[in-house]
Write a protein that binds this ligand. Structure first.
Ligand SMILES: [Mg+2]
Length: 270
């Protein structure tokens, strides 16, 4: 059993943890209120690079949950933060992606969009992908540009069914260049590390709450963070038993997590 009292920050995966589709899951308001009361910082973390943090803020607000966009860390936001630590201002970058990535990389003018000799090629999901974009990215990577992928998800759930995600576009470019992209999103550790830095918490003080073993829980392991799996998303007891990746604790849902946390605090001598 995890000692929940040592955590000063929580990173919530969103779909399957806070909501499913556009339906809020039980216990979100109560858990966030508890965090606010007890100075536990929290952020929402998603591999989705297509939407901006503000678009997620609006999506959550439409469900009655008010979380500021600075506490919503998409793989685009994390990519930009990673670049800001390693790549100087005014560097030329080419990207394949949508509004979420375009805004994160270029809106404040820190980096320069270019198709001519970019130093970096950043690739996320792009619902308007063309051969011309793939060609530009391929030539740049072959000419020595650093190749970065926002997230490795090969597919993406849509209303019509499962469609290609960022990882499928990365696979095409990997095939065309023989270069492996550096990945930001989970199960790589960079996005979780970025989110805990935003919350001023060390990895050892940060708890990841997710519904997927291969991304949320594996990513928590890679970032040296503890993890709780909830059964409100894609994982059930059977898939958990069969998985090599195991969380530190398994709980039915967010109300169960809150109950666990409250029980501990009430038992605490302090
Ligand atoms: Mg999820």
């Amino acid at each position: 059993m995890l000692d929940l009292q040592r955590f000063r920050a929580i990173l919530f995966d969103m779909d399957g943890v806070l909501y499913r589709g556009s339906m809020l899951l039980p216990g979100v308001h109560e858990l966030l209120a508890y965090c606010d009361e007890h100075n536990i910082a929290y952020a929402c973390v998603t591999n989705n690079s297509t939407l901006t943090a503000e678009q997620y803020e609006t999506k959550l607000a439409d469900m009655g949950v008010h979380i500021q966009s600075v506490h919503i860390v998409t793989s685009s936001v994390a990519t930009r933060r990673y670049l800001a630590q390693h790549v100087p201002r005014n560097t030329g970058i080419y990207y394949i992606g949508m509004k979420g990535l375009q805004q994160a990389l270029f809106e404040d003018g820190y980096y320069v969009y270019t198709e001519e000799n970019p130093a970096y090629v950043v690739v996320g999901a792009d619902f308007e992908l063309t051969y011309a974009k793939l060609r530009t990215a391929c030539l740049a990577i072959r000419a020595g540009a650093q190749f970065i992928g926002t997230n490795p998800d090969t597919t993406f759930p849509s209303e019509a069914g499962i469609i290609p995600g960022a990882g499928s576009i990365l696979a095409l470019l990997r095939s065309a260049t023989d270069v492996e992209p550096f990945i930001i999103g989970k199960p790589a550790p960079t996005m979780f590390q970025t989110a805990s830095t935003i919350l001023n918490a060390q990895p050892s003080e940060t708890l990841v709450v997710g519904d997927r073993l291969d991304t949320d829980i594996a990513g928590a392991h890679a970032a040296n963070m503890s993890s709780v799996l909830v059964f409100t998303g894609v994982t059930n007891a059977e898939t958990l038993t069969q998985s090599e990746v195991q969380p530190d604790e398994v709980l039915a849902d967010l109300p169960a997590l809150l109950t666990r946390w409250k029980t501990l605090v009430e038992k605490s001598p302090s």
